[in-house]
Design a protein around this ligand. Sequence first.
Ligand SMILES: Cc1cc2nc3c(=O)[nH]c(=O)nc-3n(C[C@H](O)[C@H](O)[C@H](O)COP(=O)(O)OP(=O)(O)OC[C@H]3O[C@@H](n4cnc5c(N)ncnc54)[C@H](O)[C@@H]3O)c2cc1C
Length: 397
Amino acid sequence: MRITCVGGGPAGLYFAVLAKLADPSREITVLERNPAGVTYGWGVVFWDDLLDDLFRYDPVSARRIWDAACKWDEYEVRVTGKPDSHLGGYGYSMGRHKLLEILGERARELGVEVRYSDELTDPAALPPADLVVACDGAGSRIRDEHAGHFGATVETGRNKYIWLGTPHVFRTFRFGFERTEAGWIWFHAYPFSDTASTFIVECTPETWTGLGLDELDSKAGNARLEEIFAKHLDGHPLDDAGRGWLNFRRVTAERWDHGNLVLMGDAAHTTHFAIGSGTKLAMQDAMALADAIVGLAEEPLPAALEQYEHRRKAALAPLQRAALASSEWFERMPEYAELPATRFSYALSNRREDFPAWRYLLHVSTQSTVPRTMLRWTLSARRWNRARRRPVTAAVP
Ligand SMILES: Cc1cc2nc3c(=O)[nH]c(=O)nc-3n(C[C@H](O)[C@H](O)[C@H](O)COP(=O)(O)OP(=O)(O)OC[C@H]3O[C@@H](n4cnc5c(N)ncnc54)[C@H](O)[C@@H]3O)c2cc1C
């Protein structure tokens, strides 16, 4: 079987790994327009659910991801004029570069042909293949080429955001909200290596223009943000890696397959970055597609692709609702700004407004050091236990 993946992001590379593992006789090619080692963005977060899946599907790459991941506990919420507050939880993060390096290496060692600096400009010029996977990201050219068939819609979020990195290493995940003369502006930051953190800044379009960010070039814009967030950055710079300010694009598609062509990852669906799940969902798509084509000897390709689409659409629905609620909360953020610190951070964590009442009581009590430390120990034990249960025993954090 010949498979071509267009796009060497997490979806394309991970699918190539799994499809090759399942059947080494498959001829699999990944076309990636960027040179090896070049990508957009900074670190991404993920949680135990993804790690469990990764260890189940390919313990070798999972182990490498686990070893390279940064582990953090708790969320800090810092708002101008309010005492700091805390949210329980823990998670993992790693640089997109590192993730793609691990997946690219794993794919190549299994015999996948990964062609970097190879941009597909004309879908009609695709090499012959039994299956073509369009995993070319949110702006998918292949999807747009068949726009009528896939029924894709792209809705543009109201807020402006910019994905930055900084050499300042945050202790843990931090949400920081600053009041400026033009309105509220905030960031989500977390460490993703020993030397760098992700720093995503977001604000309403009114604040963006009010601060003059629409007119500043990248250097001056970063300098303005460094000034606004000075107390969080400890004198360290911000780097935007050239992508600039964007509006989030929410992609949905009515159909994901078309003959021997199938959409995967951001090409099929996006979820707002505030819930940090796009990479996870892209890799879980890869798992589901790899599972679906195992049965090809017994059933035709269209049936396998249908099965993949149904499984993933069902799994995605709750996360898409959470992501939408989350992005809408941030669009309304100024309405919450006058709440006291503990109520504000609770509203931030309960963006879908579906927490049971006891969660608020727990939240209030864990603003004090002793209950918070106890919660952290409990969650560390949970993390340890989960790591122990994985097929290749992961080193305990
Ligand atoms: C600000 C921000 C923060 C985020 N944070 C997180 C996070 O914390 N956690 C998380 O899980 N997710 C996060 N995400 C989402 C995540 O980045 C994406 O969901 C994920 O990268 C999707 O993977 P993908 O492989 O489908 O697409 P992509 O990662 O976009 O990969 C697509 C690849 O296709 C290549 N390509 C495109 N067109 C062509 C072509 N014509 N020919 C050849 N190659 C092509 C591109 O160069 C790219 O390498 C974030 C997103 C944003 C915007």
